[in-house]
Ligand binder design. Structure first.
Ligand SMILES: Nc1ncnc2c1ncn2[C@@H]1O[C@H](COP(=O)(O)OP(=O)(O)OP(=O)(O)O)[C@@H](O)[C@H]1O
Ligand SMILES: [Mg+2]
Length: 247
């Protein structure tokens, strides 16, 4: 067992304002290497903005962010971060195959072509879409494209995965397999994962921590707590009864 865990993400007193509106307010968060963190919260709560500040795509109004001790842009330059945005715009007429898309994610790696292809196929298999390798990416269904995108970021083996609603469009059984897969990968490769999700009733089983963001960071801790009505009310602002399956 490692006695010392490296800080993967360190966020201190982060503020983001856009057009005079405060989107994120005084966010403080530490994520350690190898942790899987779920970010939940209502629509418009600032979750995507938060991931974008970790990537250096959105500039904080105030505060400090370090990714493995680097400022966000430097971490991106060093290929430490793999990111799947909430919406991916892909040119419909592109003739790239699913395999090409995964290979594109590894363009910066100095590996022989055969090694890259081998890794890409393994990664497609992991997300159950290896049989689609030669199909045009743009012809695939939304859920299939999402799986290929996951294969793309995972094949590149970054240290930190930032996933914005990665299971959108993936069917229920696929969602569970996805979370299991992410956990297995973490165990094997030691990835740190921060993922935004609305699967409140499912995700808590698979993550180490949950973070609830609605402008402010309302909760940070044990994932089971996101099922507690008082936490849901605090974050979502309405009375909610979580739906989940007991096994
Ligand atoms: N570039 C921008 N300029 C102005 N306002 C913005 C900008 N980007 C985001 N916002 C606003 O910031 C708030 C947070 O948006 P964000 O996309 O981060 O929310 P979210 O939590 O990811 O929501 P969802 O669950 O719907 O994806 C929203 O009110 C949005 O309109
Ligand atoms: Mg979002």
């Amino acid at each position: 067992m490692k006695l010392f865990r490296q800080l993967a993400v360190n966020v201190e007193q982060l503020y983001v304002k856009k057009e005079g509106k405060t989107i994120l307010e005084d966010i403080n968060l530490k994520v350690y290497e190898g942790e899987i963190v779920a970010v939940v919260g209502p629509n418009g709560g600032g979750k995507t903005t938060f991931l974008k500040t970790l990537l250096g795509l959105v500039k904080p109004t105030a505060g400090r962010i370090e990714i493995f001790n680097f400022p966000p842009r430097e971490a991106v330059k060093r290929h430490l971060i793999g990111y799947i945005p909430q919406r991916v715009n892909f040119k419909r007429d592109s003739c790239l195959s699913a395999l090409d898309v995964v290979l594109l994610g590894m363009y910066h790696l100095k590996l022989p072509k055969e090694e890259k292809v081998k890794r890409a196929l393994e990664s497609l298999k992991l997300f159950g879409v290896d049989h689609l390798k030669d199909r045009r990416f743009s012809d695939l269904s939304g859920g299939q494209q999402q799986r290929v995108n996951l294969a793309r970021v995972v094949a590149a083996e970054p240290k930190l995965l930032l996933l914005d609603e990665p299971t959108t469009g993936i069917d229920f059984s696929g969602q569970q397999t996805f979370y299991e897969q992410i956990k297995k990968l973490r165990d094997k490769k030691g990835f740190t994962v921060i993922m935004v999700t609305h699967d409140v009733g499912v995700v808590w089983r698979y993550v180490d921590k949950a973070v609830c963001i609605n402008r402010k960071l309302h909760y940070h801790g044990e994932p089971q707590a996101i099922l507690r009505p008082e936490i849901l009310k605090l974050v979502y602002g309405t009375e909610m009864v979580p739906l989940y399956h007991k096994h």
